[in-house]
Design a protein around this ligand. Sequence first.
Ligand code: ARG
Length: 404
Amino acid sequence: MARRVVLAYSGGLDTSVAVRWLMENHGVEVIAVAVDVGQDADAGSEQWELIRQRALAAGAAEAIVVDAKDELAEEYCVPAIRANAKYENKYPLVSALSRPLIVRHLVAEARRHGADTVAHGCTGKGNDQVRFEVGTRSLAPDLDVLAPARSWGMSRADSVAYAAKWEIPIEASAERIYSIDENLWGRAIECGAIEDPWAAAPDDAYTLTRIRTAEPASVVVGFEAGVPATLDGATTSVRSIIEQLNTLAGARGFGRIDAVENRRVGIKSREIYECPGALALLAAHADLEDLTLERDMAHEKIRIEHRWAELVYDGLWFSPLKEALDAFVERSQRHVSGEVRVRFEAPGLCTVEGRRSTVALYDQHLATYDAGDAFRHQDSEGFVRIFGLGVTTWAARQARRERP
Ligand code: ARG
């Protein structure tokens, strides 16, 4: 029996060509696995069936579609929200969150179909190869990994010709403008005119964040222990909250990121992202933490958050440090419950206008400058004197030195 390879299949040119290329060059049977992480918000089951048929037409022995939209929301976006995760303070980890999920399904299908190898369509220059391979090896050190697009040496035109030769039905044209990766959490756009970091990103790079209304919108996001739970009071799935915020915020032009980023492989790259729902939820969650986390906890958590985002960006989702940091974050979220009112307004504004919680640490009797003040002003005198004792002593000594 031929060896079996499980391929992460997108339905695009590269992975369609990869099906046939793996068969021809490695003599293997290919099981194509397409994972729906919300890359096409409008795609119905017919569209996914078309993608499945394309894999079979390319020669796959089997083609499987997995609907993982809720899984992405609940098991990957939620931890990212609770960790306020933004790589290099900007990027909410769109692609980095979906890769470990896809890897989990690839490994599960490899076990189910008796495959000894996992394959992906990434090139040698990006982070996604790192995430696929390190992720696979952390879950299944016995599996091999193949990366055909890293070794076949075909240009895009070569791939189109290869597809034509094997009668693989593809929609792509010989040249493409951008390389796009998309899911529920946002959209990453690379290549083309974007590669010049001085040039403004062309308008056609954006799709989710086009202004479609001048009407401002306010929405109340409710959290339970750091997990988004309600929208305007109605209990809704995390996935639906993300989708609704994508629409609400995106239609008012909010959610664009234009940044130069440090890839794991040592390259600096100019990236455009559209993450309306993600950035809105992250802003709301962080704001609720300001209301509910004790000061030392809040400050320590910020240190951990950068590390968490870096580990996830680097493909170390399944790693002992990430697991330990998850435990810290999880514990920190026990009282991050309450509501945050967020307002969106064209062109591209997102403002937190209010927050409330039954477990808020904000105490108006302590904070107020008006009547009802419960703060013990007389305690401050001694506190401030002792707090400043170190620098007071230092300053007195300096003065003596300066005037001997
Ligand atoms: N730079 C981002 C990241 O590393 C986006 C990657 C997008 N992937 C793609 N195949 N276009 O997570």
